[in-house]
Design a protein around this ligand. Structure first.
Ligand code: ZN
Length: 126
Protein backbone atom coordinates (compact mmCIF):
# COMPACT_ATOMS: atom_id res chain seq x y z
CA UNK A 1 0.00 0.00 0.00
CA UNK A 2 1.24 3.52 -0.67
CA UNK A 3 2.26 5.58 2.35
CA UNK A 4 -0.10 8.43 1.48
CA UNK A 5 -3.20 6.39 2.33
CA UNK A 6 -2.96 6.98 6.09
CA UNK A 7 -6.02 9.24 6.02
CA UNK A 8 -8.10 6.07 5.54
CA UNK A 9 -6.98 4.70 8.91
CA UNK A 10 -8.23 5.56 12.37
CA UNK A 11 -7.11 4.70 15.90
CA UNK A 12 -8.26 1.20 16.94
CA UNK A 13 -8.15 1.92 20.69
CA UNK A 14 -11.76 2.33 21.96
CA UNK A 15 -10.50 4.51 24.86
CA UNK A 16 -8.80 7.03 22.52
CA UNK A 17 -10.30 10.45 21.68
CA UNK A 18 -9.54 9.66 18.03
CA UNK A 19 -11.11 6.18 18.03
CA UNK A 20 -12.85 5.55 14.71
CA UNK A 21 -12.11 9.09 13.44
CA UNK A 22 -10.22 9.24 10.16
CA UNK A 23 -7.97 11.80 8.52
CA UNK A 24 -6.86 13.59 11.71
CA UNK A 25 -3.13 13.29 11.05
CA UNK A 26 -2.66 11.24 14.24
CA UNK A 27 -1.71 7.94 12.54
CA UNK A 28 1.92 7.24 11.65
CA UNK A 29 3.78 4.22 10.28
CA UNK A 30 6.41 3.31 12.88
CA UNK A 31 7.53 -0.12 11.73
CA UNK A 32 6.98 -3.06 9.40
CA UNK A 33 6.66 -6.68 10.46
CA UNK A 34 6.27 -10.25 9.18
CA UNK A 35 7.31 -11.76 5.88
CA UNK A 36 4.89 -9.52 4.01
CA UNK A 37 6.25 -6.40 5.76
CA UNK A 38 2.87 -5.24 7.01
CA UNK A 39 2.81 -1.78 8.51
CA UNK A 40 2.67 -1.18 12.23
CA UNK A 41 0.64 1.99 12.83
CA UNK A 42 0.91 4.35 15.79
CA UNK A 43 -1.62 6.81 17.18
CA UNK A 44 -0.09 10.10 18.34
CA UNK A 45 -3.08 10.80 20.60
CA UNK A 46 -3.03 7.66 22.76
CA UNK A 47 0.34 6.08 21.80
CA UNK A 48 -1.39 2.82 20.79
CA UNK A 49 0.26 0.59 18.18
CA UNK A 50 -1.70 -1.71 15.91
CA UNK A 51 -1.47 -3.57 12.62
CA UNK A 52 -2.82 -1.82 9.54
CA UNK A 53 -5.15 -4.84 9.18
CA UNK A 54 -6.69 -4.73 12.66
CA UNK A 55 -10.47 -4.86 12.38
CA UNK A 56 -10.41 -6.56 8.96
CA UNK A 57 -10.56 -10.25 7.89
CA UNK A 58 -6.85 -10.02 7.01
CA UNK A 59 -5.82 -9.41 10.65
CA UNK A 60 -3.86 -12.37 12.11
CA UNK A 61 -4.72 -14.49 9.07
CA UNK A 62 -2.23 -17.25 8.33
CA UNK A 63 -3.49 -17.43 4.74
CA UNK A 64 -1.89 -15.23 2.09
CA UNK A 65 -4.02 -12.13 1.49
CA UNK A 66 -4.82 -13.15 -2.09
CA UNK A 67 -6.37 -16.38 -0.76
CA UNK A 68 -8.43 -14.50 1.82
CA UNK A 69 -9.61 -12.22 -0.96
CA UNK A 70 -10.41 -15.21 -3.20
CA UNK A 71 -12.55 -16.77 -0.44
CA UNK A 72 -14.49 -13.53 0.06
CA UNK A 73 -14.93 -13.01 -3.70
CA UNK A 74 -16.34 -16.52 -4.11
CA UNK A 75 -18.78 -15.97 -1.23
CA UNK A 76 -19.81 -12.57 -2.60
CA UNK A 77 -20.42 -14.20 -5.98
CA UNK A 78 -22.88 -16.62 -4.39
CA UNK A 79 -20.76 -19.75 -3.89
CA UNK A 80 -21.57 -21.80 -0.81
CA UNK A 81 -19.10 -22.53 1.98
CA UNK A 82 -18.15 -26.03 0.75
CA UNK A 83 -17.94 -24.92 -2.88
CA UNK A 84 -15.72 -21.97 -1.92
CA UNK A 85 -13.50 -24.25 0.16
CA UNK A 86 -13.05 -26.63 -2.80
CA UNK A 87 -12.43 -23.91 -5.39
CA UNK A 88 -9.95 -21.89 -3.33
CA UNK A 89 -8.31 -24.92 -1.71
CA UNK A 90 -8.94 -24.09 1.96
CA UNK A 91 -10.79 -25.78 4.82
CA UNK A 92 -14.53 -25.08 5.08
CA UNK A 93 -14.05 -23.90 8.67
CA UNK A 94 -11.65 -21.27 7.32
CA UNK A 95 -14.32 -20.10 4.88
CA UNK A 96 -16.85 -19.83 7.71
CA UNK A 97 -14.40 -17.93 9.95
CA UNK A 98 -13.53 -15.46 7.17
CA UNK A 99 -17.21 -14.96 6.31
CA UNK A 100 -17.97 -14.04 9.93
CA UNK A 101 -15.01 -11.64 10.11
CA UNK A 102 -15.94 -10.00 6.82
CA UNK A 103 -19.55 -9.72 7.95
CA UNK A 104 -18.55 -7.91 11.15
CA UNK A 105 -16.29 -5.57 9.19
CA UNK A 106 -19.05 -4.87 6.66
CA UNK A 107 -21.51 -4.19 9.48
CA UNK A 108 -19.11 -1.71 11.11
CA UNK A 109 -18.53 -0.01 7.75
CA UNK A 110 -22.27 0.15 7.12
CA UNK A 111 -22.92 1.71 10.52
CA UNK A 112 -20.19 4.30 9.98
CA UNK A 113 -21.31 5.28 6.47
CA UNK A 114 -25.05 5.26 7.17
CA UNK A 115 -24.57 7.34 10.36
CA UNK A 116 -23.52 10.28 8.19
CA UNK A 117 -26.22 9.92 5.56
CA UNK A 118 -29.21 12.26 5.85
CA UNK A 119 -32.48 10.45 6.51
CA UNK A 120 -34.01 12.33 3.58
CA UNK A 121 -31.40 13.46 1.00
CA UNK A 122 -33.79 16.17 -0.23
CA UNK A 123 -34.81 17.29 3.27
CA UNK A 124 -33.61 20.42 5.11
CA UNK A 125 -31.11 18.50 7.30
CA UNK A 126 -27.94 17.59 5.45
ZN1 ZN B 1 -5.45 6.60 19.65
Amino acid sequence: MPTDDLARFCCQNPDCVAYGRRDRGNILVIDHFGKARHRLLYCRDCKARFSEFKGTPFFNSKLPHDKVLAVLQHLADGCGVRQTARLVGVNKDTVTRLALLAGRHAEDTHDEVVAFSPRDPRGPIR
